[in-house]
Design a binder for this molecule. Structure first.
Ligand code: PHE
Length: 453
């Protein structure tokens, strides 16, 4: 791959990779899963899984990407020609494309709430209506309506198009370099405010004091699943991005920094949500995903001074987190089209993005006018979410571990972790052990868990 197709700086490549990892998984999934699973105990277990599952799988994907130095299907073709392993490459492209289809819709909701906060319309509660009712109504409308969600979803598609058309360095890297520090600053600010709220202690205690009596096998499985989703593992994303890493990038350091950052963001998000919710006495409200951010938090903002300002800043944070993840999801297909079909980058970007106008539309409408069309009892949106996260992702990650751990020669991983012997890697033997045995077994358990829980 030519050098103009590489990231230009260490910080830039970390910002881009972290931009993919930090997304709605950290922001609205993590606090809800932690809340359901005993707070502090979950946090600790999650941290352990980041180390024994997240980082090794991440490293195997980095090695595959940089070693293959092409797209996520091409890597398999190049490293093991005349085998069927490239089929896993195909899975690793189809999965993020479907995820992108519905992630764009969710990102659109975030952007809409950013606009509604900025304009103040979100807080124009009509006389005689309870704020909680008003926020629920607004949420329903934002999700189930026909045209408004479509308008915002398409807007997000065009934002992606714009960034991707500008290429790796001037598009993805530049945008990540601006957005990630911004995200971090906003988070720190919110954390500071949340922790100084009167009554915040109770929430902090819940989140940080482990209660191991709440830990069940479900907690372990949820923690492993969360580590997976949050680090964007199990699809071609990290394989694609690491093909853009220069030869001298230290993969283990990059994996450690990215996962720590991702963990830190989740931690800060918990330190924002739990104290806020207890301080405002809302612990009995709905803390899961959409309801948390679209109904519970606006109630909090309403009780604060500068309601619109805080609300706008918060939804900006969510939009930024989500947009950088959509960019990484889309880049997988762009890279495949460029290398497999030999399309020029600009053309590949258009070919990758235009069908999403239709795909994302189907997902958006399936929450509204098409909600009666179901597959196994789920509308398209939920069916796609469940099928990709519970079936496609684990299969792809499992095969990826087997491939790097068993199929490729051992020296492959070692060469990538030591940059072909330019320095020693003390963690290589441990990583190899984790990729060969621990990660595949854990992934199998996660995948089969619905059958026995
Ligand atoms: N890692 C992202 C998050 O935490 C989600 C994501 C999943 C992004 C899969 C890309 C691919 O929200």
């Amino acid at each position: 791959m030519a050098d103009d197709n590489k990231f230009g700086s260490k910080l830039g490549l970390i910002a881009a990779t972290a931009g993919s990892a930090v997304g709605l998984g950290n922001v609205w999934r993590f606090p809800a899963v932690a809340y359901d699973n005993g707070g502090g105990a979950f946090l600790l277990i999650y941290l352990v899984f980041v180390f024994i599952l997240g980082i090794p799988v991440m490293l195997s994907e980095f090695a595959l990407g940089r070693g293959g130095n092409t797209d996520s299907i091409g890597a398999y073709r190049k490293l093991t020609p005349n085998t069927k392993w490239y089929l896993n490459g195909i899975l690793s492209v189809v999965t993020p494309y479907i995820i992108l289809g519905f992630y764009l819709v969710v990102t659109g909701w975030m952007v809409k709430y950013f606009v509604l906060s900025l304009s103040g319309d979100l807080y124009a509660v009509p006389d005689g209506v309870q704020p909680s009712e008003w926020f629920s109504e607004c949420m329903g409308e934002s999700i189930q309506d026909t045209w408004t969600p479509l308008f915002y979803t398409w807007t997000v598609i065009f934002i992606n198009l714009f960034v991707l058309l500008n290429g790796i360095k001037k598009g993805i890297e530049k945008v990540s370099n601006i957005l990630m520090p911004m995200l971090f600053l906003i988070l720190v600010l919110f954390c500071g405010i949340a922790l100084t709220l009167p009554g915040a202690n109770e929430g902090v205690r819940y989140f940080l004091e482990p209660d191991f009596s709440a830990v069940t096998s479900k907690t372990l499985i949820s923690a492993a699943g969360q580590a997976f989703f949050s680090l964007s593992l199990g699809m071609g994303i990290l394989v694609t991005y690491s093909a853009y890493y220069p030869k001298d990038t230290r993969l283990s350091r990059t994996a450690l920094i990215t996962s720590s950052f991702d963990f830190f963001v989740a931690l800060m998000m918990g330190l924002i949500i739990f104290p806020t919710v207890t301080a405002f006495g809302l612990q009995d409200s709905n803390l899961a995903g959409p309801a948390l951010v679209f109904t519970t938090l606006p109630e909090v903002f309403m009780q604060m001074h500068l309601t619109r300002f805080w609300s706008t800043l918060f939804f900006l944070l969510l939009s930024v987190a989500a947009i950088t993840s959509t960019i990484s999801l889309a880049e997988v297909t762009v890279s495949v089209l460029q290398h497999r079909l030999r399309l020029r980058r600009r053309k590949a970007v258009w070919v990758a993005m235009l069908p999403l106008l239709a795909l994302a539309t189907i997902f958006s409408l399936s929450n509204g006018v098409w909600s009666n069309i179901t597959i196994f009892g789920y509308n398209f949106f939920d069916a796609a979410d469940k099928f990709t996260s519970n079936v496609m992702l684990p299969i792809c990650a499992f095969l990826g571990c087997i491939y790097v751990g068993w199929k490729l020669p051992k020296t492959f991983l070692e060469n990538q972790l030591t940059n072909f012997g330019t320095f020693r890697s003390y963690i290589y033997p441990v990583v190899l052990l984790l990729i060969r045995y621990v990660a595949p077994i854990l992934i199998l358990i996660i995948m089969l868990s619905p059958l026995f829980i």
